[in-house]
Structure formats: C-alpha cells, structure tokens
Design a protein around this ligand. Sequence first.
Ligand code: SIN
Ligand code: FE
Length: 301
Amino acid sequence: MDVKRTRDISEVIETLDAISWQGPASTNMRSSAVEALENGKVLYFPRLAFELSKMETRFLTPAIADARAKNVSFDPRTGKMKGAIASDADLAAVTEMMRRYYEYARKLVETLLPRYAPALEAGRTSFRPVEIKDRTISARKDDTRLHIDAFPATPVGDRRILRVFTNVNPESKGRHWRLGAPFEEMARDFVAKLPKQAPGSAWFLKTTGMTKGRRTAYDHMMLNLHDTMKADDGYQARVVQNEFSFPPGSTWLVFTDMTSHAAMGGQHLFEQTFYLPVHAMENDNKAPLRVLERLAARPLV
Ligand code: SIN
Ligand code: FE
C-alpha cells in the first residue's frame, strides 16, 4: 500500500493575493513574504498572470525550442537569447517577451521583498514550452525527482537561488509539482554519506573553465545533495511530500536551493532566476549555507 506522509499544505505554501507585478505590497504582505520564503515555503500568487499578446501566444509551441535545449534561455545582463529556433523577426519578439518577464519578476521581488532589492543579482530567464512528461533525461537531470537546485558550472558561493515561476499554459494545464522535506531534515538524511571534495578539484574546475569561479565546499555539498537525493529511489518514495498543481495564470516564488521540489507535469512556463547574498536575508541562519555549516561544524565558503 502506498501511504505517503504529507504535511498540512499551509506549512508548505503561503498564498498571497497580489494581482499586480508592480505592487504596492502592504506591510503585512511584505512581512509574511520574507518570513515564509526564508522558512522554505513557496509563495503562491493564484491570480498573478503574465499576459501575452495575441502575437506572442504563437510562441507557445515546443517547436520554438531547440530540440536538444528544450528551454529558451535569456540573459538579462547581456540581452542574449539561446535555444530558440525562429525567423529573425520572431527571435527579436521572443527576446522582448523574455525581457518583459525578467522586468516584471524583478519588480515583484523588489516591491514584495524590498530588503533584498539592493543586493539582488539577475540570473537567467527561461521559457519552457516542452511538456515535462515528454522529456527523457538522465536521473541527474531529471527534475521529476525531488531535489534542491545546485548548478554544476555556476558555483553560487555565499548566494541563495531565488526563482520566480509563472504558468502561461493556454489550455488550463497546471504545473504539477511535488514539494519535499524541510531543508535541515533532508540534509541530516544525507550529509554523512556525501563524498568529500577532492583536494585541488576546485582549482582544477576553475582553471579549466569547467566552472565559472571557484566551486566552494558549500557548492560541492549542495551538488552532491542534489545528485544523491535524486538517485535514491527509496528516499523519493518515502520522504514526507505534498503535491500541488499551479494553475495557468498563477505565479510562485521559492528559494529552490532550500525547498525540495520536483516538476511532474505541465507545459509552458516562465522562470526567472535571481541570486541573493545570504547577508541580505532577514535571517541568514536559515540559509542552507548556515545549516550545512552548523552540521559540518566549519565554514564552507
Ligand atoms: C525545477 O526547477 O526543478 C523545474 C521546475 C519546473 O520546470 O516546473
Ligand atoms: Fe529544480
């Protein structure tokens, strides 16, 4: 018999009824937002939609994405887009659509979480027009398994990963997620089993250009947590978890380096990544970096 342990959904998801990306956000809303996020909850806006023009809805097709990449990716720092296949005019229009999502997502974070604004760094914008269930990938890359986010080529060091997601599916298809155990509980299950970082390996990865910057001890642990939890079928099946389907026209924000998540199904999503130095948090003791430093009893960056 398959009896999954779940938590009360109110412990996992904090619902806020903002309807505008530009705010204003009430003092109440701002304080629940920062508290919920830093505790690992998903901030969920059921009525915050990313409106596409009639012309842009043509881009809601897997054909727009390079078959190997599956995502279209935009870098707001350079204005460059990757992974899309279309005419020059359409490529320019997709770029503008993605830039607009970046600007909206940034505005939302800045009005809702003003203490993060001065230190907030933009990462990539991604548009995901391919149905998750149709993807075939290795266990390590398989985001239908519960995981925390950690990037092999882009070490984060002392920065958090904060992501904004919006479901833009035109046919009422939800983005179906699983949400797993609190970070410290998850880390305690795995930390003793993680491989040690080989001496000199961070230097090697950096000098050969395999990583952008030095892979810190923290990055090493996070990557290994990511890989180990994904590979552990028993853990995936038995860990406390909740299912939730984010409907089209909704937006959600989460520190994906902390909150175990898995994307089980859905098509047509926008996602914006931000990096936030832990010192900008209201309570950096809650950061995965600090949790792991306590468990390891040493500094990790
Ligand atoms: C992920 O971050 O693991 C995937 C999220 C999604 O595409 O819904
Ligand atoms: Fe992820």
